[in-house]
Design a protein around this ligand. Structure first.
Ligand SMILES: Cc1cc2nc3c(=O)[nH]c(=O)nc-3n(C[C@H](O)[C@H](O)[C@H](O)COP(=O)(O)OP(=O)(O)OC[C@H]3O[C@@H](n4cnc5c(N)ncnc54)[C@H](O)[C@@H]3O)c2cc1C
Ligand code: SF4
Length: 545
């Protein structure tokens, strides 16, 4: 044992060891610290982020020079092949620069097989997750408007009143209402009033990538509070390379390495021991860690008796359009806020048997509205010409509309280890490929045409015109890779995120999703993580209230 300690260097013991410090990890740590007596250690590969008082300056440099406002937020030599959402690896993870948009999934998302005959049902229902949606909305601080209850079921009001609609959004709402579409203020983790010691949103309009005043929730606020009161110990710059399992199939240690020669000797190993391990590395690094933890007993990695670790990656694709409308808008008031509808998400099966569910959002847009020096033909304009060209083009308004549509994931929608590319410690790097199941692939062209026809119809109702449409190849809000389920043969974890194969190993948030819905998914990752925390906490002594 002495020999092992010397080889490994430091040994850190705790009740719960959480790997990753993104938003899902923050939910688990916060809930355990609030409700349980436990030592909690968090291991994060990346660095701390700049504190709040530096963010106004960082935002200004982003605006002036297009500089990344989160310097040093990724690890060199830790690259991914395939459609990576962001390479951010830092305290707080991707949600340091997220948009803070927080709709819920809808009840249909959890029962696609039963209701539509395709995909896979989740082992939990919307009703099972509803209390955790409420809890997530409280913890993040969500400002929202109750939509029509039949479209937007919820058992309690939002913790904060909705973000007010700008003059532009109020006009656009009149237009969509005429088109027969019910839309309301998009729920967002941004303070419409001062909340949790953080300021009220004052429309700086740079939520993605940086809120200079902390009105938008980001996980660093949770980590700061937990670290200040010594309720968690966060090890930054520490990359977990593998988990090790004992003869009873319990995870006994996470073997990590210090990253970054500036601070510590490069390559120095640290061993984390805990009663329970929580993998919170997001949709890429969670599966990667489980697959990388292979040895002679587990040649395909741990938690992988189903062979499904890294499989069924999921997300949603989009179609968007810019619609020119005969209304005077004043873009630039709050471009990042939008109207949302679930009218096309909460639909029964179609009589033609084809599957289509999508959300719908509407924003103000500056597309084609900015002053310019050259006209449509490319000719240079001078003096008054510039002003009259600008006046002419701003006589009308432009709306940006976008629908995220649900894509059923294929088993081959996967993360695999690519032995030909290694990180600086010699571990194979991940390769991503998101692939549609045949039932989605078959209807993709029709799906996008149907959404474009809806946009045409909306434009006609407002005497407007669709200027251009586009649909992106990537799938947004990626998730999956360790999907949950009742049957250990067809899933990696149970509904609590507990690995079927290892009683003290949990995977939380995005990787456990069975499908990707057609709405921004992070609130759902948070609700799932809080539900996992409930189960993780059961074996720990409770805190007296
Ligand atoms: C620009 C942008 C805007 C977005 N806007 C929205 C939005 O408006 N609404 C919405 O719903 N979603 C949005 N998202 C998505 C959202 O940010 C993510 O879904 C969410 O942050 C994922 O959180 P996570 O905890 O699952 O993982 P991550 O944020 O990826 O956190 C995982 C953390 O674990 C660490 N880690 C991983 N493996 C290891 C290891 N082996 N050892 C140590 N540490 C490890 C990583 O360094 C990372 O910090 C946006 C994303 C981007 C990029
Ligand atoms: S609009 Fe501005 S103040 Fe409000 S959340 Fe976004 S960046 Fe922060």
């Amino acid at each position: 044992m002495k020999h092992l300690r010397e080889r490994l260097g430091e040994v850190v013991e705790s009740d719960v060891c959480i790997i990753g410090s993104g938003i899902s990890a923050a939910m688990v740590a916060d809930k355990l610290a609030r409700t349980r007596l436990a030592t909690i250690v968090v291991v994060e590969a990346g660095d701390d982020v700049p504190p709040l008082d530096r963010r106004a300056g960082l935002r200004q440099r982003f605006l002036d020079y297009d500089e990344n406002p989160w310097p040093r937020d990724h690890l060199e030599g830790y690259d991914v092949e395939g459609p990576l959402q962001s390479r951010s690896m830092c305290v707080g993870g991707l949600a340091m620069h997220w948009g803070g948009v927080t709709p819920r999934f809808s009840p249909e998302d959890f029962r696609l097989k039963t209701q539509f005959g395709l995909g896979t049902d989740w082992p939990i229902s919307y009703e099972d997750l509803e209390p955790h949606y409420l809890e997530a909305e409280e913890v993040l601080g969500v400002a929202g408007e109750q939509g029509p209850p039949e479209m937007d079921p919820r058992s309690k009001p939002f913790p904060m009143p909705m973000l007010p609609l700008s003059y532009n959004l109020a006009l656009l709402k009149e237009w969509v209402t005429k088109a027969g579409i019910a839309m309301w203020s998009q729920p967002s983790a941004k303070n419409s009033v001062p909340y949790a010691g953080r300021a009220q949103c004052c429309r700086n309009d740079t939520c993605t990538p940086i809120c200079p005043i902390g009105a938008k929730y980001s996980p660093d606020f949770t980590w700061n509070a937990l670290r200040r009161t010594n309720r968690v110990k966060l090890h930054t710059h520490t990359l977990v390379r593998r988990l090790e399992v004992d003869a009873r199939n319990r995870v006994v240690r996470a073997v990590a390495v210090k990253v970054g020669a500036a601070r510590d000797a490069p390559g120095r190993e640290i061993e984390f021991r805990a009663k329970q391990f929580v993998v919170a590395g997001g949709y890429v690094w969670s599966s990667h860690l489980l697959l990388s933890s292979r040895d002679s007993r587990f040649p395909n990695g741990i938690a992988n008796s189903s062979g499904l670790v890294g499989k069924y990656l999921t997300g949603h694709r989009n179609v968007q359009a810019y619609i020119r409308l005969p209304m005077k808008l004043y873009p630039g008031i709050n471009e990042q806020h939008s109207l949302v509808s679930k009218q096309f998400m909460r639909v029964p099966p179609r009589s033609d048997g084809r599957y289509l569910r999508h959300d719908l959002r509407v924003w103000e847009s500056t597309s084609g509205q900015a002053p310019r020096l050259r006209d449509d033909s490319g000719a240079l304009m001078l003096g008054d010409e510039i002003l009259s060209d600008w006046r002419r083009r701003t006589e009308h308004g432009v709306a940006r509309v976008r629908a995220y549509y649900d894509v059923i994931p294929d088993r081959s929608s996967e993360l695999t280890l690519d032995g030909s590319r290694k990180n600086p410690w010699g571990d194979a790097l991940p390769k991503l490929a998101l692939r549609d199941a045949p039932e989605s692939a078959e209807v993709r062209a029709w799906t996008e045409d149907t959404i474009r026809a809806l946009f045409d119809e909306m434009a006609r109702t407002g005497n407007g015109q669709v200027q251009r449409t586009q649909s992106d190849e990537f799938q947004d809000h990626p998730a999956g890779g360790c999907r949950m389920g009742k049957d250990p043969a067809t899933s990696v974890t149970d509904s609590w995120g507990r690995a079927h194969d290892h009683e003290n190993l949990f995977v939380v948030g995005a990787p456990t999703c069975v499908s990707g819905s057609c709405a921004n998914a992070t609130l759902t990752f948070c609700a799932l993580s809080l539900r996992s925390a409930e189960e993780i906490g059961r074996s720990l002594p409770g805190k007296s209230p």
